[in-house]
Design a protein around this ligand. Structure first.
Ligand SMILES: [Mg+2]
Length: 374
């Protein structure tokens, strides 16, 4: 085979997107020997197959972790996965390899760079939002601390020390140009809100439900005004994980972030008689899978390569397999997590995967063999 035909032969490589929990990790420990399979994928292609890829410099198989988890920066998530799997340089995951539930919001942050945005969710979400480019993001607790009368059911706001702690954090992040005393004096109209975002699991839900509803029904992003169904919704609403249930430590599945959206829709509808417009991110939504697709295509194009096939490895038919199937990707369902087939069942009935295998290592073997990489 001459050089030109070799180049043609290797001008396309596969891209692999994998879920984390129930696939590589379960209950904080490694599933099987997932680390070994990750190490293979993190090895330059020219080392894996010198005959076919000898002409490439450092290209590896584009490989992304896609999870509906969140509440932290991507770098932190990578660090935690590396620790559990015992991965070390040069085979470790980096922040850019992680797509958590909020990551695709990076693409829309520019729209809100100079706008007030209220974010809700457990963990470090307001700093994550700030780092994405939402420079005037306020956590829902901070917004409540500015205007405690908005959240009368959240009894902890009767404690001034709690309010002060939120105000202090907000002041530190937004700088001295944000005059808290002045904002409080002028009231809610001094900071019109352009978007509200459930960045991660919403705790103390009554507070977020109340304020999101106030903002969605407002005419101008200021709680207090009330538009009718015929008026356009001026506050954009985003959620990042539609999962109703997820597997945790207890034997029965637990409610996931998705319940916030269901409650919000229902409450808004009951209160105002029409439905709110909500833009949903997170698996199985197409926008989240498209985001991963773009990252993989960009990585491959650095060395002039294209993508032969996209693969999604997951344990959840409703999130991972449904999403991948919608995109026309090859979906691979593993049996180490959410999917527990009944006796005699060989695939999920509602969202059947292209392949069903025992575990992550088998999935990687299947892909590398099908793509003539090993
Ligand atoms: Mg999973």
């Amino acid at each position: 085979m001459n050089f030109r035909s070799l180049r043609r032969f290797s001008s396309k490589i596969p891209a692999i997107v994998t879920d984390i929990d129930g696939v590589m990790i379960r209950g904080g420990v490694q599933v099987g020997n997932s680390a070994k399979a990750v190490t293979t994928l993190k090895t330059p292609l020219k080392q894996l197959n010198p005959t076919r890829f000898g002409h490439l410099s450092a290209e590896k198989v584009p490989f992304i972790c896609l999870t509906n988890g969140g509440g932290m920066m991507e770098e932190k998530k990578a660090e935690s996965v590396n620790n559990i799997l015992g991965l070390q340089a040069p085979y470790e995951f980096r922040g850019e390899d992680m797509v958590i539930c909020s990551t695709p919001l990076k693409e829309i942050a520019y729209k809100y760079e100079n706008e007030y945005v209220v974010v809700s969710g457990f963990g470090d979400v307001v700093n994550v939002a700030y780092n994405y480019g939402f420079k005037k993001a306020l956590h829902i607790h901070e917004y409540s601390a500015l205007f405690p009368f908005l959240s009368p059911l959240t009894t902890k706001y009767k404690d001034q020390a709690i309010l002060d702690a939120h105000l202090e954090a907000m002041q530190k992040r937004l700088g001295s140009s944000f005059d808290i005393a002045e904002v409080q004096k002028k009231g809610v109209s001094s900071i019109p809100v352009k978007a509200c975002i459930a960045f991660h699991d919403v705790s103390e839900m009554e507070e977020s439900l109340q304020i999101f509803c106030d903002l969605i029904v407002s005419k101008d992003g200021i709680p207090g005004s009330k538009r009718s169904m015929a008026d356009p919704q001026v506050v954009d609403v985003y959620t990042t994980n539609p999962d109703l249930l997820y597997s945790a430590a207890f034997s029965l599945q637990r409610f996931g972030q998705g319940i916030f959206e269901y409650c919000l829709e229902d409450l808004f509808n009951r209160t105002y008689g029409f439905a709110p417009e909500i833009i949903q991110y997170g698996k199985p939504n197409k926008n989240t899978f498209q985001y991963c697709q773009k990252i993989c295509e960009k990585a491959a194009s650095k060395e002039g390569l294209g993508i032969s096939n996209f693969y999604m490895i997951g344990d959840n038919p409703l999130a991972d397999i449904k999403g991948a199937n919608q995109m026309g990707w090859t979906s691979i369902l593993v049996k180490t997590g959410n999917y527990q087939p009944e006796e005699g069942q060989t695939n999920d009935l509602e969202n059947p995967a292209t392949h069903v295998v025992d575990n992550f290592s088998q999935a990687i073997e299947l892909i590398l063999e099908a793509e003539n990489i090993l």
